[in-house]
Each structure stands twice: as C-alpha cells, then as structure tokens.
Design a binder for this molecule. Structure first.
Ligand code: HTL
Ligand code: MG
Length: 642
C-alpha cells in the first residue's frame, strides 16, 4: 500500500500512516471495531488504495473517491452481509469492495477474469444488487424492504444514489411509491452536482439552491456541527422535529412525495455523516438523507477535472496527466454531426447523459440550441425525439447500445408505429471491455430488427459511418446505425468532402470467392479478411445492412456458394446470422451456414480482442468454422484441382 503522501502534491492532504488500519479490515464487522481516529485513517488508506488501483488499469476513480466517507460510515453502522446496502450504478464501490474481503483481488478490477467494476451479487454476499445501469437502486431497495417486512425480519435497507442517477424516471417513480407505502428504509442522495458531465435538470437546480441558502453557507463557515445541534433532540422528538429542522423549504419535493428529507449535509464529514445515519436508522418509514460531496475528493487533479477522471485509463499516480485517447468512432460521429448540422438547420442531437462518450461535446458547443442532454433518462430521450420529429425537426438520438435497452418501448410505441424521422446513432455496440455484462452492447440488432419500419446499418469505417448518417437523414423514417467502442481512422480533412453515395440496404463484396463467403459486418470484417487472406476461394462480404438485408446479393451468392459463415460482434440470436438464415429459408434456398457471434450467455468484463477469440468470432474462430465446413483444406485442394 503506498503512503498517501507518495501521491505528493496531487493529494489534497498528506497523511503519513504509521500502521495500516486497512490490514485489519475484511468486513463491515471489522470496521465496527475501529475507534474514531482509526476510522478517519481508514478513509485515507482507502483513498490511497483507490488511486493506486485505478492508476494500474483505469477505472471509476472520481466517484469511488467521493464516496469514501459514506462507505466507511455505512460499514461502521451496518453489516453488509445482512443489511442491504444498495449502491446505484455501482461505480462508486471500490472502497466497499476493499472493505468487504476483496482487497487482495482489487488490482484485478475490470480486468479479464478479475473483479467486476460494479457491485455483483455473484461476486460477494456483501453486494446487494448486480448493477451497472443507473437509477435502479431505489426500486430494488424498496422491493427488499417489502420482502424484509413480509418475512418479519428487521435488517436495514439503504439505497445510495447519485444526483445524476436521480434524474432517471425509474428512480423518481420508485420514490413516488415509497412515499405512499412508507417502508422503513434510508435513501442517501450523494450529490456532487455531476453526472459524467455536469448534471442537468430542474431537480439538480433545486439541490444547488439548497446549498446557497444562508443556513447551509453559515454551516460551511462555522463548521456544521453547531448548526445541526438541534439534531441532539433526534432520539426523543425526532419524528416531529426533524421535519421542521430539515425541511427549511416547505416546498421540498421529497417531503411533498411523502418522504422524510434530511439535509443537505457535508458528505465528507465522517463524524457528522455517521451521526445522522445512526439516528436516521432508528426512524420508522422512509428517510432521504441528502449529502453533498466532491467528485474526485482527495485527489487534486480529479477534483479539478472530474469529467476526465470519472473513468480514466491507467495513469501514473505520482504524476497524473490526462492522456489523449486517439480518434474514435465517437469522434468521427461528432465531427459528422457538426458538418451535417451546418447543412441542415433542422438537425438535432439528443443524448441521455453521455455527451462526452458519444463524441458530442464539440457539437454541443457549436449548436447549443439544437442539442439536448436529458439526463440519465433514455426513455425521455427517445420520446422527446419523437415529439421533435412530429413537428418537423430531424432528431438524432445518440445513445449507447446498452442504454438503448431503457428506451425500447419508446422506440416501438413513439417512433416506429408513427414511422417518424428519428435516427439512432448507436455507440458502444458490441463488447465493451472493462464495464462488463451490464454494459455489453450486444442485443440492439436483435431487438431493433423485430420492429416494423426500423432499419439497421453497420458501417465498416468512419467514411461509411458518416455516409450512412447522411443518407439516413435524407431518407427519413426510423434508422439505426451501430458502431463499436474504440478507434477508427480520422477523415483526411475537415470539412469532409468524401461522402459515399450508399444505397440503403446494399452489401459490398470486399473479396471475391468461388466456393464460400464470409458475411461480416463492422469490426469483424477485419477478422474475416485476415482469416481468409491465404484462401482465394473464400470471399468476404461487407454485410453492412442487417435490415433490410441485401437479399438480392445473398441469393445470387447462394447460387454458387457451398457455405456461408456470418460473423458479428453481437448476440448470435437475432443478429445478422439469424437474419441471413431466415432470408435463405424464406426463399427456399438451403446453404450450410455457420453463425459466429456471441452465444446465449452474458459476457463479463475483459479484454475485447481476447473475448472475440474465446467466443469464437475472431480470426481463429473463422478459421475453425471454415475447417469444420471442410473449406480450409478440402476445398483449397478442390481449388487447386479447379
Ligand atoms: N445510462 C444508464 C441507464 N446507466 C448508466 N450507468 C449510464 C447511462 C452511464 N453512466 C455511468 S456513471 C454515470 C452515467 C451517466 C453518471 C452517474 O452520475 P451520478 O454518480 O451522479 O449518479 P457520480 O458519477 O458519482 O456523480 C456508468 O455507466 C458507469
Ligand atoms: Mg453525481
């Protein structure tokens, strides 16, 4: 364990440890044995450890740093093996993992075969919920509290949710229920005024307004304990007094929803935090504790630039610097969006809280009036796009594949039934690496393909990506274009002039073959070309439209092809392979076909290239499929005889 002072000037405070407290901590129960001073030392040691771990392989640094005091306070009061600590998203839980018996494995977090980056019930009984997507904690904790009461138990139930995640309708609708049913539970809003980017929405504005009230600012100056002295009455008169003391604005929306609201308090003041949590635990019914924290707390560079340090790649902990990430598919999309917006004043870009990840920061600065971040509310994003389209605007929903799952009903009900002009720019489509099972973008083709009026394109490079985007906007109707996480070739010049005129639904033969064809799309095209480079009889097709398929080309190839192999960075069930097989069968054409892609399993975090191989759709997998179809040696011999 590095000494915190090793981080030198980058740490807000330097503390030299004489003896490690963390060494003695393997569970919540161990935290309870620590005295006050040791608890404070534990927070510093956790910070140091979180910085060290993230520096090794990247990870959710700033959120985990901001939740250190909260984590220690919770474990000093609750036992996470019995009580249910439900963390929203789970990206702030490195401290929780380290405390709960996983410190020896923490270096493996997010890596192949390592610990997950989020809480995962299969990983530990201390993890109450498997998460990764935002806004689920409150509803899940509500269900747990109902189960506890139905079973006559009395363990504690706590939901910990960030201000960003509270922008999701799922969280707000759960609060609405809780305020009515009133189970005993604590909801902690960890408010750092940040989502990944600056948080948005009226509630965010309300939270900020609470912080500028004189009573909160005085507390800042004088030390909060005095201001909160009345809390001493907590035990006796709590139920009555609390509302008066802690609902200074009688219009408090949570109070109006039937919840007891306490706050805001300083979420980095461990003693104060513990004090409040302890008393709130005694209260009946639901209580919301609003804590104010700083994202990246304790690591200066992360505090000053929490957007970059939200989830940085690996860095030097002693000399942390921002790394350029190279030109990505997201950048290419953002650049194309700017250029198209210059030409089309009806164009809009909408994002559900993923402006940076989707490559839209530049666009948002250049076209602020035609840009909207709706918060972590994918459903709102899609239906707002429908509204814009109904009134003649041209919205593009820029969304990650995995988060589009949250907007599925809206895609069907609000966009596709009406056949509206909404383009879905689907980023992080395919396996995503460290974020793991919750974030894999591997179902979008299956679930979008089933919807009437929807069509789906998969570009092979950035030129095809921008050309498809342009074409989709020109054509109208619901259109989806999907691309993976990672790098792509930058356009040769800006503004770009080399747009292709792509016929929507057309495939492209990349390599002629005589005996069989690999039908690949997106990043698997490189694998197909590599796997067949010494096999002149095997052709490769850029199957860039999954819906509509280029059925004419498929049937033409089927006249001579002895086999097809489809390859995709997507679930096999319902993907390109399924579409191809269905098209063949529907046309009474029978050609042996191998479908390579992700089998019907949830794929954990790991190295994507390795996973493509392990799952059988990398270069080796394609070679193996060719071999199984006797196309490697058997047919190469045939080829020679030809
Ligand atoms: N949409 C959904 C449904 N789930 C997730 N997880 C995202 C988008 C992406 N996302 C995160 S973390 C995060 C977002 C938007 C910001 C959460 O803000 P919050 O917490 O205020 O709740 P903070 O980061 O500590 O400030 C991940 O995918 C990890
Ligand atoms: Mg936040």
């Amino acid at each position: 364990m590095p000494n915190v002072s090793n981080a030198g000037t980058e740490m807000t405070e330097s503390v030299a440890f004489t003896k490690s407290v963390l060494e003695r901590v393997n569970s919540s129960q161990d935290v309870k044995k620590l005295n006050k001073e040791e608890l404070h030392q534990l927070t510093e040691e956790l910070r140091s450890e979180i910085i060290r771990v993230c520096s090794l392989g990247g990870g959710h640094l700033a959120s985990s740093l901001g939740a250190v005091e909260l984590t220690v306070a919770l474990h000093s009061l609750y036992n996470s093996k019995v009580d249910r600590l439900v963390f929203d998203v789970g990206h702030q839980t490195y401290g929780h993992k380290i405390i709960t018996g996983r410190k020896d494995q923490i270096d493996s977090v997010r890596k192949h075969d390592g610990l997950a980056g989020f809480t995962t019930t299969s990983e530990s009984e201390d993890d109450a919920l498997t998460v990764g997507h935002a806004s689920t904690s409150i509803a899940a904790a509500f269900g747990m509290a109902l189960a506890r009461d139905a079973q006559g138990e009395d363990y504690g139930v706590v939901a910990v949710i960030g201000d960003g995640s509270l922008t999701g309708g799922l969280a707000l609708a759960a609060l609405n229920q809780i305020g009515d049913v009133k189970p005993k539970m604590t909801i902690i809003v960890n408010d750092n005024e940040m989502s990944i980017s600056e948080n948005v929405g009226a509630l965010n504005g309300y939270f900020s307004s609470l912080q500028v009230q004189p009573w909160f600012q005085n507390a800042e100056k004088t030390g909060r304990r005095q201001l909160w002295q009345p809390i001493a009455e907590f035990g006796s008169r709590a139920k009555h007094s609390i509302r008066r003391f802690f609902d200074p604005a009688s219009a408090n929306p949570f109070h109006a929803m039937g919840l007891r609201y306490v706050g805001p308090i300083d979420g980095h003041d461990l003693d104060q935090l513990t004090y409040y949590l302890k008393h709130i635990r005694e209260l009946d019914g639901p209580t919301m504790l609003h804590i104010v924290t700083k994202k990246g707390k304790g690591y200066k560079i992360a505090e000053s630039d929490p957007k970059y340090w939200h989830g940085p790649p690996k860095f030097d902990a002693d000399k942390p610097v921002k790394k350029g990430k190279g030109y990505s598919w997201s950048n290419a999309f953002g650049d194309a969006a700017c250029q198209l917006a210059e030409e089309n004043e009806r164009l809009w870009m909408l994002t559900p809280a993923m402006s940076i990840g989707s490559g839209l920061v530049g666009y948002s600065e250049r076209f602020p009036k035609r840009y909207l971040d709706v918060g972590i509310a994918e459903d709102v994003c899609v239906t707002t796009a429908a509204g814009l389209a109904l009134q003649g605007e041209k919205p593009v929903v820029a969304i990650y594949s995995t988060f589009l799952q949250r907007g599925y009903d809206q895609v069907i009900h609000d966009v596709c039934i009406e056949n509206l002009d909404v383009v879905f720019a689907i980023d992080r489509a395919g396996l995503v690496g460290g974020d793991g099972a919750t974030h894999q973008g591997v179902f979008d083709v299956s679930f979008m393909r089933a919807i009437p009026n929807m069509s789906i394109a998969v570009p092979k490079d950035s030129k095809e990506q921008r050309s498809m985007l342009k074409k989709a906007l020109e054509m109208g109707g619901p259109k989806a274009i999907r691309w993976p996480r990672g790098g792509v070739e930058a356009p040769p010049e800006a503004p770009v002039t080399d747009w292709d005129e792509i016929e929507w639904g057309s495939w492209e033969i990349l390599k002629e073959g005589s005996s069989a064809y690999v039908l690949a799309c997106g990043l698997t095209i490189d694998y197909a070309l590599e796997a067949t480079k010494d096999l002149p009889h095997i052709g490769v097709v850029n199957a860039r439209f999954v819906k509509p398929l280029d059925t004419a080309m498929l049937l033409e190839l089927a006249r001579t092809a002895k086999a097809f192999i489809t390859v995709e960075d997507h679930a096999r069930d319902g993907g390109l392979g399924s579409a191809v097989v269905e098209a063949l069968v529907d046309n009474d054409v029978f050609v042996p076909t191998r479908r390579l892609g992700i089998p019907n399993v949830f794929v954990p975090h790991g190295d994507t290239a390795l996973q493509h191989e392990e799952l059988g759709y990398g270069v080796r997998g394609i070679r193996q499929a060719l071999d199984e179809l006797s196309l490697l040696h058997g047919l190469s011999k045939l080829q020679v005889q030809d």
